[in-house]
Design a protein around this ligand. Structure first.
Ligand SMILES: *Cc1c(COP(=O)(O)O)cnc(C)c1O
Length: 399
């Protein structure tokens, strides 16, 4: 059996550390790589990376030894490395970039509680993550120590949820909720579960990708008590889908937790059809159903990570019909200023001809679908809806 990259890394850089410690999530957290010295030990930094680490302004550096083992020590352009090791481009603010691109502060109703949509709330339960992502849309508060929730703050958020009977859906996020101890997390889950109008609980996390050791049997036994509980797992590249991560996902799925995948579309990381297909199909093999593909939010310094909208649409086109629908996420752009998520779906409507809707399938072929509703339209309206449909020579099924 070949020795995994992670095992080789552990033996080389942590020769005195056995598997037992390595697999202890608290050991991983205590030994996070957070400075230049730590990085220099394991990577050869480019001059740009070195300069960026020396002048970090907002989002700190933080990397679990486990995730560090997945980085290419020599190639600064490796997708995983780009998402975790700072570059000086993150200090450049382009027009249209914001500190709070989602306008969450404007919808804050209690400490850490964001109420944007009618029946659901976002509850930021901690500011801390095991590993910081350079494209983080919450870098205004993540890892800075400026927002450190305590029980009194949580109580205020809980009071709001209790008082607002329209809230049937609570999404715990942060930071990463799994940074909390089992006891602290259970304290929260039990209180939210006790609110009669809350039907649906969700936790958003990147822990299965960056700290899979956190997903212990004890954690899963605790989570199981609070069903219906769903989880949204953050992945950006198939290289994150390791045996360790597969084991963590299996444990969660075996605890009866439906797992959804949340991806962020990132230039040079996952913006080509082959990588995106492997990422989506790879999640399915880990019992994670790709849920959303997020357009990278316009956080300050994010320009090198942001692709065109057309790139995102083309990725959805390359998935739909070419592989199972379970592997096709919904492509979402968050409207700046707190407008919320807007789904962007490529159009498969080529036009109308009389009562027929002309549709294009995944292979580009045109078909007519007799639209039963259309014949009831008043004459004038019907002719107005006929788009300029020019048969393009692609075969047309006819009827
Ligand atoms: C994304 C988000 C949610 C959850 O949205 P779903 O579409 O239900 O996954 C809730 N509140 C806020 C503020 C969000 O940004």
């Amino acid at each position: 059996m070949s020795v995994s990259r992670t095992t080789r890394f552990r033996r080389r850089f942590y020769p005195e550390i056995g598997l037992r410690e390595w697999n202890d999530w608290r050991w991983q957290l205590r030994h996070r790589i957070t400075d230049l010295e730590g990085l220099d030990r394991i990577l050869s930094l480019s001059p740009d990376e070195r300069a960026a680490v020396q002048r970090l302004e907002r989002l700190p550096l933080g990397l679990t030894p486990y995730y560090a083992s997945l980085l290419d020590p020599d190639d600064p352009t490796q997708p995983l490395r780009r998402t975790k090791i700072p570059s000086t481009t993150e200090f450049v603010r382009h027009p249209g970039e914001y500190d709070d691109p989602l306008g969450e502060e404007a919808h804050r109703v209690a400490p850490g509680l964001v109420h944007t949509y009618p029946d659901k709330v976002l509850f930021l339960v901690t500011d801390f993550c095991a590993t910081f992502c350079r494209y983080c849309m919450r870098s205004r508060l993540v890892g800075q120590g400026a927002y450190v929730p305590n029980t009194a703050m949580w109580e205020q958020a809980l009071d709001y949820i209790r008082a607002h009977t329209e809230v049937r859906d609570v999404l715990l996020s942060g930071g990463d909720p799994f940074i909390l101890s089992d006891d602290r997390l259970e304290w929260l889950l039990a209180r939210i579960r006790a609110i009669p109008h809350v039907e649906f609980l969700r936790i958003g996390t990147k822990v299965p990708a960056v700290l899979p050791q956190r997903v212990t049997p004890a954690l899963c036994r605790m989570l199981k008590k609070y069903h219906p509980l769903f989880m949204s797992l953050h992945f950006v590249h198939p290289d994150e889908l390791t045996p360790e991560t597969a084991r963590a996902c299996n444990r969660l799925a075996d605890a009866g937790i439906p797992l959804g995948g949340q991806m962020v579309l990132l230039k040079g990381v996952n913006d080509d059809p082959d990588t995106m297909r492997r990422l989506c199909q790879g999640q399915l093999r880990m019992r994670v159903r790709p849920y959303y593909l997020h357009q990278c939010d316009a956080i300050v310094g994010s320009m090198p990570f942001r692709t065109s909208i057309e790139t995102g649409m083309n990725l959805i086109r390359a998935l739909h019909g070419h592989t199972t629908g379970y592997a096709v996420p919904t492509y979402m752009v968050d409207a700046p200023g707190g407008g919320g998520k807007v789904p962007l779906t490529p159009s498969y409507i080529a036009g109308r001809q009389g009562a027929d809707l002309v549709i294009r399938n995944h292979a580009g072929a045109l078909y007519r679908y007799f639209d039963p509703g259309a014949i009831h339209l008043p004459r004038g309206v019907e002719s107005d809806t006929i788009l300029h449909f020019v048969p393009s020579g692609t075969e047309d099924s006819g009827r």
